[in-house]
Design a protein around this ligand. Structure first.
Ligand SMILES: Cc1cc2nc3c(=O)[nH]c(=O)nc-3n(C[C@H](O)[C@H](O)[C@H](O)COP(=O)(O)O)c2cc1C
Ligand code: SF4
Length: 510
């Protein structure tokens, strides 16, 4: 029998992976196994055939194309126009520094034996041997900063929860992943859910939490199902439950599903939602680390933050800190999206430039036209012009260039984009997604849409000047007067569009 791997990742399924798997299952001598994606999304469905040389990949396979591929010798790894060779040797993949993504696509996502064989649970075992304060020390040494967007040092957050006096503490994973052009959380949850389970369990046994929640957006049904399966399997194998890995410590984990609001990714709003209320932002302080779920100390981290933890414990914080730039240590899972030739997830040390990511790794635009703008860090991130692509991808480095790293999403636009429309979209997005708690965001974003519409339509120079001043004033009010970063950062993309692409606000007059 020949083993053939077909990804069951949602992005692969969206382009026919299930049909490909079904067609391959009909071929005599073939055993079909379903892995997660390798992250090369432009190549999905990427089918891998086990051969003596390793797993040989065939890209963009269709169910109809299977008979031809089999005739061409696919089952022995024969060359073909769709063949990319041995997948592990592929340049795009091999050039990455995969730490958190090290295991994606290698096995069936809930195969716990494979997880263990690939080094899984080593981080948890070490964490259980150490004093909790020493685990926190490792996380501090790693320099890991929250990958959800704010970039707050994870070790400091954990230390705060560890030192808080309380009968009950919680660990919560933010898997709301609402930023435009982001999908790393989903891919990891679908392809390697045990890494998240392990990272959260390490957090729990460290800070003394016995209950944990993964808050996942409802738009990720495959991730929800995979995580629930993984939690059940981990429980059966003694890694979750009343006696975690024989340590005598308890940690129970469950998945809760959101209801589709961008603001539920903001941590206090997420806590409200987890408690069964409408997702509305809470004023801070008190911070969730001291007063989180049901008023108890709570570790809230993004999935990617938790996913870095097993390696940090297994290999030591210093190994992680040895990567990176400035105060941005470790690796980031960059998500290449929008108008880009090679879209997918790319893990590399922080400090790689945006140009390398967009041009060399991403291959420029999918349309083949020049890159005009790149939005980094989701819908609240700045639109950077092509001249700024040499910025190193680090928290401070991007801030100096007027941008932000956020969750590592990179959305590329070619020279046909109308940036006045993108500025309008930023305000419109905020008006739709605002939780409504504070006036600058709730009302300001709607006024922002109206003002940009008037600016785009105005021909009189005096009126245009007045509208620019009004928009500037509105942006200032939103920046300084909003309760959270939703309203506070919406002016960033608007202002960046006005600064770098003023001609688009003129062009729309015609
Ligand atoms: C409007 C808004 C949306 C956010 N959405 C997310 C999200 O989808 N996922 C996430 O992890 N963090 C999101 N954040 C950041 C969280 O509030 C919080 O900083 C993060 O979950 C903390 O985890 P970390 O320290 O590991 O990044 C959002 C913040 C804001 C203001
Ligand atoms: S800024 Fe917007 S999303 Fe944030 S609290 Fe105010 S109304 Fe809610």
């Amino acid at each position: 029998m020949t083993t053939v791997w077909v990804p069951q990742d949602a992005s692969a399924r969206a382009v026919g992976a299930d049909e490909v798997a079904a067609a391959l299952a009909q071929v005599e001598g073939v055993t079909v196994r379903r892995n997660g994606t390798r992250g090369m999304l432009w190549r999905e469905p990427l089918v891998e055939v086990e051969t003596d040389r390793g797993r040989v990949g065939y890209a963009e396979v269709t169910a109809d194309g299977i008979p031809d591929l089999v005739r061409a010798g696919m089952l022995t790894g024969a060359d073909h126009e769709t063949c990319i060779g041995v997948v592990d040797d592929d340049r795009w993949l091999a050039a990455q520094d995969r730490v958190s993504l090290a295991r994606i696509g290698l096995a069936e996502p809930t195969d716990i034996t494979a997880y263990e064989a690939q080094g899984g649970w080593a981080g948890l075992r070490r964490a259980l041997e150490l004093d909790p304060a020493d685990v926190v020390e490792e996380v501090l040494t790693s320099g890991l900063r929250g990958r959800g967007g704010a970039g707050f040092p994870t070790g400091i957050k954990w230390r705060t929860v560890l030192e808080a006096e309380a009968d009950q503490k919680f660990v919560a994973c933010n898997l709301d992943e609402g930023d435009s052009g982001t999908f790393a959380d989903r891919i990891l949850a679908e392809a390697d859910p045990f890494t998240l389970v392990e990272g959260m369990t390490i957090a729990a046994v460290t800070v003394g939490a016995t209950e944990g929640f993964v808050y996942c957006r409802s738009e990720y049904p495959d991730a929800i199902a995979r995580l629930r399966d993984a939690i059940a399997v981990a429980g059966e194998h003694g890694y979750l439950g009343e006696d975690v890995a024989g340590s005598g410590r308890a940690f129970r984990l469950q998945v809760r599903v959101g209801a589709g609001a961008y603001i539920c990714g903001e941590e206090t709003s997420m806590l409200e939602s987890l408690e069964g209320r409408r997702g509305e932002v809470r004023a801070k302080p008190p911070i969730p680390a001291l007063h989180g779920l049901w008023g108890s100390p709570t570790v809230v981290n993004n999935l990617l933050s938790f996913a870095a933890i097993p390696m940090i414990l297994a290999d030591g914080g210093q190994a992680y800190a040895d990567r990176g730039v400035g105060r941005s240590r470790g690796t980031q899972i960059f998500q290449l999206a929008g108008n880009i030739a090679r879209g997918g997830v790319y893990e590399a040390p922080l400090g790689i430039t945006l140009r390398e990511l967009v041009q060399d790794i991403g291959g420029g635009t999918r349309t083949g036209r020049p890159v005009r703008a790149v939005q980094v860090g989701g819908p609240l991130g700045a639109y950077l012009p092509a001249e700024r692509l040499d910025v190193p991808m680090g928290y401070e480095e991007l801030a100096d260039a007027g941008g932000m790293l956020g969750h590592g999403g990179i959305v590329v636009f070619d020279d046909t984009v109308d940036m006045s429309r993108m500025a309008r979209f930023a305000m419109e997005f905020c008006s739709v997604e605002s939780c409504g708690k504070c006036t600058p965001c709730r009302i300001g974003s709607t006024r922002g849409v109206e003002t940009i519409d008037r600016l785009r339509g105005a021909t009189d120079p005096g009126e245009r000047t007045q509208l620019r001043l009004l928009l500037d004033d509105l942006c200032e009010t939103m920046t300084t007067g909003s309760l959270c970063a939703m309203g506070g950062l919406t002016p960033v993309p608007v202002r960046s569009a006005l600064t770098h692409f003023p001609e688009d606000f003129e062009r729309s007059r015609s």
